[in-house]
Design a protein around this ligand. Structure first.
Ligand code: PEP
Ligand code: MN
Length: 356
């Protein structure tokens, strides 16, 4: 008989998973759980038992001794509980202590051997499992991890978008790159997708806005780290919030609907959408004309033995675009991305002419 899908259904939105980054002591785990319970905003309790840390001298989790604490959380609060697994022995330990849901962390999703080992350890077991995106912005790797679990027979799977590491990123701890999450939603509309603002932000002050953005992008839920004494947490101290702050955060979230089936609401938008479509058509025509000229320039460069990249010209284009962006309500970051994408395609087209 197929098990009723319970924990990750889309009926309730947002599904909220909360709890400390790491289980530290029985008292901390239980106190956090009781205070989260009191907020009435949390559905599932999380705590990291084994912590995949970047540097070896950080706290690497309490290990198996923490699993009975989670079992106690279940008994005392009724929360289903979830913990991160990174290898077969973690899976076995979690099953032994009746952990309800497993999650695979970003540093594990990145490694197909590790995901396969977890999938193999789960053959014949039907437990819900959440798969965080890999640390690198590779959607196939994320989807591939999920497919490995599906092949092992896991019925209930969800994704967690926790951002992507990026050299030089300062604002976020992990860049959200929302487009990757949206592409995940487009390709796997059958799977719930949660957002983890804690690991995206790496700090408290922007958690609310990132969580809200996820709600406005129609995510199904949120995983947020919460600690009774955030500043003194043994891991990820800067991004954790108290249960009460978390409760307020969820209360203050604006929950909107997509109303895709409500014809009158949709038809009001038709006029503006027609304008957008028209502008998109024009943009594509302009781009096609621009590439045509780029190819003519490519031929000229080839005939005159000139390099494709003319550094001074490219610097001028960047400067000009940045200046123009200012008066047009376009962010400099977007303009640079946009003009760089066009430039990249021009280079490819010229390169093709060089090879002919
Ligand atoms: C975590 O949830 O505490 C964690 C380690 O997350 P991630 O795998 O996203 O880094
Ligand atoms: Mn963490």
């Amino acid at each position: 008989m197929k098990k009723e899908k319970t924990w990750l259904t889309r009926k309730k939105r947002p599904i909220v998973i909360a709890g400390p980054c790491s289980a530290e002591s029985e008292e901390q785990v239980l106190q956090t759980a009781h205070r989260l319970k009191k907020t009435e905003k949390v559905d599932i309790y999380r705590a990291g038992i084994w912590k995949p840390r970047t540097r070896p001298n950080s706290f690497e989790g309490v290990g198996v001794v923490g699993l009975p604490w989670l079992k106690k959380v279940k008994e005392e609060t009724g929360f289903p509980v979830t913990a991160e697994v990174a290898k077969a022995s973690h899976v076995e330990n979690c099953l032994q202590f009746e952990i309800d849901i497993l999650w695979i962390g970003a540093r594990t999703t990145v490694n197909p051997f590790a995901v396969q080992e977890i999938a193999d350890a789960l053959k014949g077991v039907d437990i819900p499992i959440l798969v965080k995106n890999p640390i690198n912005p590779d959607l196939s790797l994320w989807l591939g991890g999920i497919e490995r679990l599906e092949k092992a027979g896991i019925q209930e799977i969800g994704g967690i978008h926790r951002g992507f590491s990026n050299l030089g990123e300062k604002f976020y701890r992990n860049r959200p790159q929302w487009q990757i999450a949206l592409e995940f939603k487009r390709l796997r509309p059958d799977l719930p997708l949660l957002n983890d603002p804690s690991h995206i932000c790496g700090r408290r002050d922007i958690l609310q806005e990132v969580g809200q953005k996820a709600m406005d992008l129609d995510f199904d839920g949120l995983m947020i780290e919460s600690h009774i004494d955030p500043d003194n947490a043994w891991s990820d101290a800067k991004q954790q919030i108290t249960p009460e702050v978390l409760g307020r955060m969820i209360t203050e979230m604006q929950l909107r609907e997509d109303y895709e089936d409500v014809a009158p609401l949709q038809s009001e938008l038709e006029y503006l959408r027609a304008e957008i479509n028209h502008i998109d058509d024009e943009l594509l025509n302009l781009l096609s004309n621009r590439m045509n000229i780029a190819r003519q320039i490519g031929l000229y460069k080839k005939n005159n033995n000139m390099t494709i990249l003319q550094q001074k010209r490219w610097n001028d284009i960047i400067d000009k675009s940045k200046k123009q962006a200012k008066g047009k309500e376009l962010s400099e970051e977007f303009i640079l991305r946009f003009i760089s994408a066009i430039h990249d395609e021009s280079i490819n087209q010229q390169e093709k002419i060089f090879r002919e």
